[in-house]
Design a protein around this ligand. Structure first.
Ligand SMILES: NC(=O)c1ccc[n+]([C@@H]2O[C@H](COP(=O)([O-])OP(=O)(O)OC[C@H]3O[C@@H](n4cnc5c(N)ncnc54)[C@H](O)[C@@H]3O)[C@@H](O)[C@H]2O)c1
Length: 321
């Protein structure tokens, strides 16, 4: 099978992640069947697809007519057989639990064609364990999206111990073909790449705020109007390459190394977030939100709308929409 042969996709589990994957695949002209365990869950997924499309229309990403076609390309069912029997790619986005996922693997394999790729959206479970009892573990991969998958291009591809390299390569080609930016983990690692990077940064936010060095609001501002702007364009290593002038990143590390080592010595290295940080940061976030003008979001709803509007503008700059 070639990446271009993947025209039919099944989304198994249609919650926050599953509905958004279904929307993305349909946006890319693929035929999608969505499976969930109850009609109520499917109705909610349908509503979420509709509401997200309204936001895409408002932000000039799709027209009214395109939106109608995108909705029509998605079929909803509570029959797993109907969902997976014609699909060449099956994306499982069920609850983060080995028993549920293993049970689904069994049901999926009962009805799917032998060359289909089966992908789990898992945020951190091991693919080797999800596919432990599978008849064809070689065709299982992790395809970790970032929420919402219909807007964020990154997919972290992870392998299990029996996953075939050909399947990884095919999945990578498929995601690239539909406009995603896949990265491949060469070894299994808890939290994958980006959640580890996010948590390394957030451990330091926690420490700076807890020590009284800065407020929650100033830590957020510092990231948003400082390095965050550059990270939205290129990754941290490329940013440092430019910071090193003619000697590049190695020059930068030579030049600033002794100073950086002093910062590292003083920085957080705890292995568990302190319990008292939850209420502390929540109070700081409340104050931060209250200080924001309405047009950039000053409650959870307007913040989410502002995030999506800005995300869409940035994706347009990256030619990703
Ligand atoms: N929410 C996120 O930010 C995020 C990001 C990346 C990956 N993920 C991963 O995506 C997966 C789904 O997470 P979510 O946030 O969409 O959860 P969710 O609770 O919103 O959705 C789960 C869906 O699965 C359905 N479901 C329950 N039992 C099922 C079964 N036996 N078979 C099929 N469907 C079943 C539920 O009805 C629900 O619609 C998880 O593995 C999670 O780790 C989540």
């Amino acid at each position: 099978m070639r990446a271009e042969d993947i025209k039919n996709v099944a989304c198994v589990g249609a919650g926050v992640i599953g509905y958004s994957w279904a929307l993305y695949f349909s946006l890319k002209n693929l035929d999608v069947v969505v499976y969930d365990i109850s009609n109520d869950s499917l109705d909610l997924a349908k509503k979420r697809v509709h509401d997200s499309l309204k936001s895409l229309i408002k932000n000039n990403v799709v027209s009214e007519t395109e939106s109608k076609n995108i909705e029509d390309r998605i079929i909803y069912t509570t029959s797993i057989e109907d969902a997976v029997k014609d699909a060449k790619l099956i994306v499982e986005s069920a609850p983060e639990n080995y028993d549920i996922k293993r049970d689904l693997v069994k049901k999926i394999e009962e009805f799917t064609c032998d060359d289909a790729i089966i992908v789990s959206s898992t945020s951190g479970l091991l693919i080797s364990e999800i596919a432990r009892d599978a008849k064809h573990p070689e065709r299982f991969i992790g395809g970790h999206p970032y929420n919402p998958p219909h807007l964020i291009p990154l997919v972290e591809i992870t392998k299990g111990d029996k996953t075939s390299d050909d399947v990884v390569q095919l999945a990578k080609e498929f995601y690239t073909l539909i406009g995603k930016e896949p990265v491949v983990l060469q070894k299994e690692a808890l939290g994958f790449i980006c959640n580890r990077i996010q948590m390394a940064l957030y451990r330091e936010v926690c420490d700076l705020v807890s020590r009284g060095v800065c407020t929650v609001e100033d830590a957020d501002k510092a990231v948003t109007y400082g390095p965050g702007l550059r990270w939205g364009i290129m990754g941290p290593s490329l940013v440092f390459q430019l910071g090193g002038g003619e000697h590049g990143i190695s020059g930068l590390l030579n030049h600033l190394g002794p100073s950086i080592n002093m910062w590292l010595e003083d920085m957080a290295d705890f292995k568990e977030f302190p319990k008292e940080f939850g209420p502390l940061v929540q109070a700081g976030v409340k104050e931060e939100i209250a200080n924001r003008p309405k047009e950039i979001g000053n409650d959870d709803v307007s913040l989410a709308e502002y995030r999506d509007k800005m995300l869409i503008e940035m994706l347009k700059l990256h030619n990703k929409l």
